[in-house]
Design a protein around this ligand. Sequence first.
Ligand code: GRF
Length: 208
Amino acid sequence: MRLGIMASGRGSNARAILEAVREGRLQAEVPALVCNRAGAGVLDVARDFGVPAHLIVRGDFPTRTAQQRRMLEVLQDDRVDTIALAGFSAIFRPFFLEAFPHRILNIHPSLLPAFGGTMAPRPQADALAAGVKLSGCTVHLVTEDVDSGPIVAQASVCVRPDDTVDTLAARILEQEHRIYPEALQWFADGRVRVVDGIARVDPPVTAA
Ligand code: GRF
């Protein structure tokens, strides 16, 4: 599997993925990391792991479409076949999604379909405000409907009465770092297919 990582922020999920690759838990090559925010921590992560980083910021392009065309070009030049969004802040144009059918994954810090459609730390804050007793994270395929693509993997965490957004987010993040590389390995092993909008893992996974 030739995995491209796309990220905009501090890059802890990118780091977890690259550690899994280094330790052989995730059988993939990572030829490129695309970042759309200058100064993002994930650029240091790429450097630490010797992964070529491409900084492709909106201001350098006349339109979002032109920016995404450049992203696509970079990833295709590196023969990327699977993409892991790891805290990536942009919404894709259809042409980008069509270039990687069922091969763009995202991690979201809630148990989807609850608390979708916003970026961290909103999902964690909204979960807390709603008083849910269970939250967690979801690895899903990316479609045109934000945070609504087929669910691949989920892990739950209990919400504690004294949780703040930060403490809840930190416990969810631990689970993100665990399940994201694992779910990506299912793709590397060819274990995931989408049937009628549902992601099926074969053989099935019974406990996350
Ligand atoms: C995580 O909360 C992830 O679930 C969300 O964005 C955040 C990225 O964090 N999609 P990091 O940059 O991977 O540390």
